[in-house]
Design a protein around this ligand. Structure first.
Ligand code: C2E
Ligand code: MG
Ligand code: MG
Ligand code: MG
Length: 295
């Protein structure tokens, strides 16, 4: 980082930087404790097919149920975890927990697909697919095709070739791959060309203002066109209103996820939400489907 470069050059005496490092070290110690104390949890946000509003799955999103500060969003602790010794253990906890949850839903009679975010460092580990395979083998009734790995496009993958091999092995297990936050990184097109991906997720920053901002709209339309040319479905994140959903449908976008459909929710609410959604979907079947569903 610029800060590290600065320190190496002439800011080594700056007490503010030591302070930053101390803070991060303390934060990492706290996160490590939290992992041992089982303070992390997964929230789940629905993903739907826009054409018929069918529920297609949920994205698992990590939260920290902090004993003093309440439920913390990933933006409040993942930056400290990134590139630290905790990035892989925390990522593995997410994988295990998501698969465990899918299995619990399966045993409750609901087959739900789940998308799981994986970090760059996780994909640099050649054993990643082995871990996944072993988690899956302890849940033999779970169909691997229900799992999608969301790969962050904006995190620079040190070694695209290696990540590509790891992902190819995951796909050989039957797992799907989505390119997350497409368009926000430096190498979107290179990743699209190199990585084996099934779905392209259009970053919410392009969706949020696309109805007012002609440039954002042009980008969204172009990404959907690009996805179509690659014969991959596009999923729009940050779908906050029915107007967004309708515009995306008209542009040919397949899937949507956003507050307009539902906010991320604790696992305990998922089954009730899914059956409620299904009821509303069937009730609205004769009218414009998006109308009764998205407020
Ligand atoms: P992401 O993977 O792009 O996830 C989508 C983020 O957008 C989530 O934020 C979600 O709550 C938020 N979102 C969904 N719909 C809307 C909407 O309509 N409007 C707005 N303004 N926001 C919406 P969240 O949960 O805070 O997660 C932020 C990021 O943290 C994720 O972005 C992902 O990159 C990372 N993350 C979350 N969970 C994990 C995890 O288990 N592992 C890893 N490696 N990263 C994770
Ligand atoms: Mg994601
Ligand atoms: Mg995203
Ligand atoms: Mg994002």
């Amino acid at each position: 980082s610029a800060k590290e470069k600065g320190r190496n050059q002439f800011h080594f005496f700056d007490p503010g930087l030591d302070e930053d490092r101390r803070k991060r070290r303390d934060q990492l110690a706290e996160i490590s404790r939290a992992l041992e104390n089982d303070e992390f949890m997964l929230f789940f946000q629905p993903q739907i097919q826009i054409s018929d509003c069918q529920l297609v799955g949920f994205e698992a999103l990590i939260r920290w149920n902090h004993p003093a500060r309440g439920i913390l969003a990933p933006g409040q602790f993942l930056p400290a975890v990134e590139n630290s010794h905790l990035e892989v253990p925390l990522g593995q906890w997410v994988l295990k927990e998501a698969i465990h949850q899918m299995n619990a839903w399966k045993e409750a009679g609901e087959t739900l697909a789940v998308s799981i975010n994986v970090s760059a460092q996780q994909l640099m580990d050649r054993r990643f697919a082995d871990y996944l395979e072993s988690y899956l083998s302890s849940h033999p009734d779970l169909n691997p095709a229900l799992i999608t790995l969301e790969v962050l496009e904006s995190t620079a993958l040190e070694d695209t070739k290696r990540a590509s091999n790891v992902l190819a092995r995951c796909r050989a297990l039957g797992i799907q791959v989505a390119l997350d936050d497409f368009g926000t990184g430096f190498s979107s097109l290179t990743y699209l060309r190199t990585l084996p991906v099934d779905t392209i997720k259009i970053d919410q920053s392009f969706i949020l203002n696309m109805l007012e901002d002609v440039n954002d709209r042009a980008i969204v339309e172009s990404v959907i066109f690009l996805a179509q040319r690659f014969q991959r479905p596009a999923l729009a994140e940050g779908v906050e209103t029915m107007a967004h959903a309708k515009a995306l449908r008209d542009m040919g976008c397949h899937f949507a996820q956003g507050y307009g459909i539902a906010r991320p929710m604790p696992a305990t609410q998922v089954l009730a939400w899914a059956s409620q959604w299904q009821k509303k979907r069937l009730a609205g079947a004769n009218t414009d489907l998006l109308e009764p569903l998205i407020a």
